[in-house]
Design a protein around this ligand. Structure first.
Ligand SMILES: NC(=O)c1ccc[n+]([C@@H]2O[C@H](COP(=O)([O-])OP(=O)(O)OC[C@H]3O[C@@H](n4cnc5c(N)ncnc54)[C@H](OP(=O)(O)O)[C@@H]3O)[C@@H](O)[C@H]2O)c1
Length: 252
């Protein structure tokens, strides 16, 4: 079995920045045709141009994954009858104390981290089934397994992604669709790097990470790439934590 993704087709939501960019980049390097979805026009244009200049087979669709009325337009731009790999990567957070979340805050966090994942996966079902051996990889978080001070709403969504991964893995196994998840700990995207300017936060992360470094987005992408390959064909319903040993560390 070859350790590549030649002749595979993939969709990566949020593939222009951070972890999503690294995932798209890695799938391209492994030979897949990749469709990335994100909102910002300039970022999309620049990323696609960079990848095209390297000879990669890539397409960008500019869309807000939480705007459910645009899904028909997204589907029309996916010029393929079958999709082998779906990476539901879009997510984000604005932490608050529980009593401070307004109804709109809750809707917004759930739309970005959970509902869009569910709805987008639903509309892609026929294309995933048509691949006859597709895989879905959901990006969760260590915050979905333990309280790490992210605020409760993000944590609830990321925990739900882990359970969704298990439940859907069972429900869609008859269609040969595997469903797995990757749960990163702090990862050095631009967004996180600016948070880590706060020395006390950086110290907290490093002191709770046995490997004593912050993950790079590529280190998350490597786990995603493995789950996307036929080499992981017997793995479904699983969440791989990529956390430098954080979850294994004795906390007392
Ligand atoms: N970084 C970490 O430390 C960390 C740790 C654990 C889990 N995670 C999870 O990993 C995933 C990626 O995080 P990240 O830190 O890499 O995020 P990021 O750097 O903020 O990048 C987010 C990507 O998603 C796109 N995006 C955001 N909202 C979107 C929307 N509504 N529709 C379409 N595209 C959208 C962004 O592009 P546009 O703005 O142009 O749309 C960008 O390409 C998230 O699910 C996050 O919860 C991250």
């Amino acid at each position: 079995m070859s350790w590549d993704l030649k002749n595979k087709t993939a969709i990566v939501t949020g593939g222009t920045k951070g972890i999503g960019w690294s995932i798209a980049n890695e799938l391209l390097q492994l030979g897949a045709y990749v469709i990335v979805i994100a909102r910002n026009n300039d970022d999309m244009t620049n990323r696609i141009a960079e990848w095209h200049s390297k000879g990669f087979n890539v397409k960008g669709i500019k869309a807000d994954i939480t705007a459910y009325d645009t899904y028909e337009s997204i589907l029309n731009q996916i010029d393929l009858p079958a999709i082998d790999i779906l990476v539901n990567n879009v997510g984000g957070n604005f932490p608050k104390k529980f009593l401070e979340y307004t109804y709109n805050d809750i809707q917004s966090i759930f739309n970005l981290n959970l509902f869009s994942n569910i709805q987008f996966t639903q509309v892609l079902f026929n294309k995933l089934k048509a691949a006859n051996g597709a895989v879905i990889i959901n990006i969760s978080s260590i915050a979905g397994l333990e309280d790490v001070g992210t605020g409760s709403m993000y944590a609830v969504c990321k925990a739900a992604i882990i359970q969704l991964t298990k439940s859907l893995a069972i429900e869609w196994a008859p269609y040969s669709i595997r469903v797995n998840s990757v749960a990163p700990w702090f990862t050095s995207t631009n967004r996180i790097n600016s948070m880590l300017q706060d020395q006390s936060l950086e110290n907290f992360v490093i002191s709770n990470t046995p490997l004593k470094t912050i993950a790079s987005p590529d280190q998350i992408a490597h786990a995603v790439a493995f789950l996307a390959m036929e080499s992981s064909a017997y793995i479904t319903g699983e969440t791989i934590v990529v956390d430098g040993g954080f979850s294994a560390l004795r906390k007392v």
